[in-house]
Design a protein around this ligand. Structure first.
Ligand code: BJ8
Length: 428
């Protein structure tokens, strides 16, 4: 039987709307080719693996998940960095990031979500309600969190469609009671996932999972380190794709393949080999996460004569920067390490969140950037608020800034390109 036929049978068993899903898979390769293949040269050879993974986005990985489920593993869908992968992996589960990066699925949430909802939430719920995401379909449970208002309310809507557990994330950081509460929430999450998986969490399993997930983050960090070079050995677009795939691929395979890519990028830096000419204008992008296939701003910058050398986003440094020591003999002690690590991520959903400004200023220096692009999805209040204050703070720190507010539609791409080109011109 041809691979196409077996895939269709697999998707049908998962309850996928095959006609709509075929349409979705029909447009993705065209977008990928335009953004990644036609407009880039001299990419690292290691990108071949990531190109293969994205080219078969709903094929081999879904087959692996079907098999994992048959082997008794739980599949957990998540939407935020604050839901610890470590706990899911320690319970012999598979964690899949389900944030959506296209407006293709918006038809499915008309009359379900308010129109002034951010594109990321619309996309994610649209994939579920429209039955066009096999990752969503195969998940045993979805874990939401109380970060922004949009998400908090979205889980109520989502719960009508699928089993959802909501973890409470604190709104304030730096207070003892917020930390204590977050630790309690992690314990409650453990209990919930133990019930779903039918397995018990032990300190040994949790420590092993923490080690594995730390290794995976460390490989991404290595790739980022190489982007500090002038010229960078890898484009922003390619680096973004690698981060996006890290949210749903197997962690062991990621350690291996991102590690190989990091080796190659380090070699290229050693030889002075870049993906763009030396002294190409270097941009730090900071803001809301960019889920697959949201490559819009990266594509605009990198087809306008600039290169993105760092992302201060959840699909960038916020994913791997915060760390922990692998210390602790009990589950409770390890959960404290995990809580502190996650509370070190500076998301705009927290108040106050001045450490994010410090992060951006530090990253701008470390990556030797010429300018910062503040990227906010329309209707995302937390990041819109911070974009205004950040613009002032960064300018005071002598950093040039361009603020862009957009969504997943392509209609404003020409206008944004004009603004980006003008911004690049101003960078000395
Ligand atoms: S830790 S950034 S993944 S909450 S874009 S849904 S904030 S209205 S995604 Fe996020 Fe966790 Fe924070 Fe990261 Fe709401 Fe804004 Fe939409 Fe957003």
């Amino acid at each position: 039987m041809a691979a196409d036929d077996t895939n269709h049978q697999m998707w049908e068993k998962l309850g996928i709307d095959l006609a709509k899903h075929d349409q979705l898979l029909g447009v993705l390769p065209t977008i990928y080719k335009q953004v990644y293949v036609d407009s880039q040269q001299n990419r690292p050879k290691g990108m071949g693996f990531f190109e293969f993974v994205i080219g078969d986005v709903h094929g081999i990985r879904i087959k692996e998940l079907v098999q994992a489920k048959a082997d008794g593993k739980m599949i957990v869908g998540t939407f935020c960095l604050y839901v610890p992968d470590e706990i899911i992996v320690a319970l012999d589960g598979v964690s899949i990031g389900l944030c959506g990066g296209t407006n293709f699925s918006n038809y499915a949430i008309e009359g379900v979500l308010p129109t002034n909802t951010c594109a990321l939430i619309k996309s994610a719920l649209g994939f579920g309600f429209g039955k066009i995401c096999p990752y969503y379909a195969i998940a045993d449970i979805l874990v939401g969190e109380t970060t922004c208002d949009g998400k908090k309310k979205a889980w109520e809507v989502l719960a009508k469609n699928k089993a959802v557990y909501v973890m409470e994330t604190p709104q304030l950081k730096g207070r003892t009671q917020a930390r204590t509460h977050f630790i309690d929430e992690l314990k409650a999450l453990v209990k919930q996932l133990e019930d779903v998986s039918g397995k018990r969490l032990t300190a040994e399993k949790l420590r092993d999972a923490m080690e594995k997930i730390s290794k995976k983050r460390a490989q991404l960090r290595r790739v980022y380190e190489t982007r500090k070079a002038n010229p960078p050995p890898i484009s922003g677009k390619d680096s973004l794709l690698v981060s996006q795939i890290a949210f749903y691929d197997d962690p062991d395979r990621q350690i291996e393949m991102v590690g190989k890519l990091a080796d190659e990028c380090e070699e290229r830096v050693g030889k002075g080999e870049g993906v763009v000419p030396k002294d190409t204008k270097r941009i730090l992008l900071s803001g809301t996460p960019q889920a697959v296939p949201n490559w819009k701003l990266h594509d605009i910058v990198e087809t306008s004569g600039g290169v993105i050398v760092c992302e201060e986003t959840c699909t960038g440094t916020r994913y791997f920067e915060s760390t922990y020591e692998l210390k602790g003999d009990t589950v409770d002690e390890l959960l404290e390490r995990i809580a502190d690590r996650y509370l070190g991520i500076n998301c705009a959903c927290f108040s106050p969140n001045t450490a994010r400004t410090d992060d951006i200023v530090r990253l701008a220096r470390e990556y030797n950037v010429d300018g910062v692009l503040l990227y906010t999805l329309s209707f995302c209040d937390p990041y819109q608020y911070e974009a205004v204050s950040l613009e002032n703070d960064l300018k005071k720190a002598g950093i040039k800034v361009l603020s862009i507010n957009t969504d997943y539609a392509s209609e404003d791409a020409g206008q944004i390109k004009t603004r980006v080109e003008a911004f690049l011109e101003t960078l000395q």
